[in-house]
Ligand binder design. Structure first.
Ligand code: NAD
Ligand code: IPM
Ligand code: MN
Length: 359
């Protein structure tokens, strides 16, 4: 059998805790499905800064490039927040995405019936929600030039970032948006700020032009401020959302709350080569790190996305997703998704019951 080389990037904060659970789950599923994995753990973020002085060592990027898939937990923490920009953990993550050409970030947000009461929104608002946010990941205001803090002629400092997209950058993410919608309910909503921003005008023009190649997809456009409101007002109107880097970052955190907790949401960061990074939507949660309180399910579901989208092993992915549903059916809840009558568990205990559920 083929051996899959997987690079593990546990990172910071709760990262190592949730990664440990995901790897245990993957090992059990591997045995069940007759798959073979070889894991390499590499440094990123604050952990890499401490060990090597930089947030994305060349060895880490190389290890990722040589692997069949990358599983990332999370990076960041208060202790690195005041470092110069190029040394920050976040810069390491952005470098990884850019370095691997991962321009498309798929962020599914579907409410599980078991967690309806964990959402802060009313049952009738969230019941049946099933959204896929397709976020552009290597362009826009995150990467545009010029960027920096400059000094003006009057001696005042001026912070600058540039929101820019080329036609080809828009086209390749729009294509992912249309194709994703085609596999779902064929409804695509492109979110922009074309009423104000030129970059969004170009975005809207290109997405509109592409619609003729996908006559079966119903394309709509929405301004991002309205989209933020509509997501919490009536989320069921959305199926697939395609949007730029920053808007997708913000809207996917908002969409997380429809599903009860950001601790539930996985994502897949994909490029042109087939190599992907699979990572939760949430961050390193420094407020609960080291306390065995983290919800490992976003990481575990990211592992299912690795199997499904990265390694094309849908049966193994199904096994993991079923085990997640089963532990929720059995009433196990970490603090972030706790509700009345359920059994409170920590991160490790959630891992243990997942392994039981897999058996
Ligand atoms: P965060 O997502 O880390 O945390 C936001 C809130 O959600 C916190 O209250 C946290 O406890 C909770 N939370 C997040 N994940 C959870 C989980 N699995 N289980 C239970 N609760 C969970 O966002 P933040 O606090 O804004 O950022 C913290 C650090 O993480 C920052 O350094 C930020 O830059 C970084 N960050 C990294 C990533 C990433 O690695 N992809 C994503 C977002 C933020
Ligand atoms: C995310 C995070 C990252 C982003 C940060 C940590 C660079 O918020 O993955 O959603 O903004 O993309
Ligand atoms: Mn984010």
């Amino acid at each position: 059998t083929q051996t899959y080389l997987i690079t593990l990037l546990p990172g910071d904060g709760i990262g190592p805790e949730i990664m440990a659970v995901a790897v245990e789950v993957l090992e059990v599923v591997a045995k069940q499905e007759g798959l073979s994995f070889e894991f390499t753990t590499a440094l990123i973020g604050g952990a890499a800064i401490e060990a090597t002085g930089e947030p994305l060592p060349a060895a880490t990027l190389d290890a990722c490039k040589q692997s069949d898939g990358v599983l990332l937990a999370a990076i960041g923490g208060y202790q690195w927040d005041n470092l110069p920009r190029h040394l920050r953990p976040e810069t390491g993550l952005l470098g990884l995405r850019a370095g691997l050409g991962l321009f498309a970030n798929l962020r599914p947000a579907a409410i599980l019936p078991q967690l309806i009461d964990a959402s802060t929104l009313k049952r009738e608002v969230v019941e049946g929600v099933d959204i896929m946010v397709v976020r552009e990941l290597t362009g826009g205001v995150y990467f545009g030039e010029p960027k920096g803090i400059f000094t003006t002629e009057t001696g005042e400092k001026r912070g600058v970032n540039t929101m820019a997209y080329t036609e080809s950058e828009i086209d390749r993410i729009a294509k992912v948006g249309f194709e994703t919608a085609q596999k779902r309910t064929k409804k695509l909503c492109s979110v922009d700020k074309a009423n104000v921003l030129e970059v969004s005008q170009l975005w809207r023009d290109r997405v509109t032009a592409m619609a003729k190649d996908y006559p079966d997809v119903e394309l709509t456009h929405m301004y991002v401020d309205n989209a933020a409101m509509q997501l919490v007002r009536a989320p069921k109107q959305f199926d697939t959302i395609v949007t730029s880097n920053l808007f997708g970052d913000i809207l996917s955190d908002a969409a997380a709350m429809l599903t009860g907790s950001i601790g539930m949401l996985p994502s897949a960061s994909l490029g042109a080569t087939g190599l992907g990074v699979f990572e939760p939507v949430h961050g390193s949660a420094p407020d609960i790190a080291g306390q065995d309180k983290a919800n490992p399910l976003a990481q575990v579901l990211s592992t299912a996305m690795l199997l499904r989208y990265g390694l094309h092993q849908p049966k193994a992915a199904d096994r993991i997703e079923s085990a997640v549903l089963k532990v929720l059916d059995l009433g196990y809840r970490t603090g972030d998704i706790m509700s009345a009558g359920m059994t409170a568990v920590g991160c490790r205990e959630m891992g243990r019951v997942l392994i039981e559920a897999l058996a």
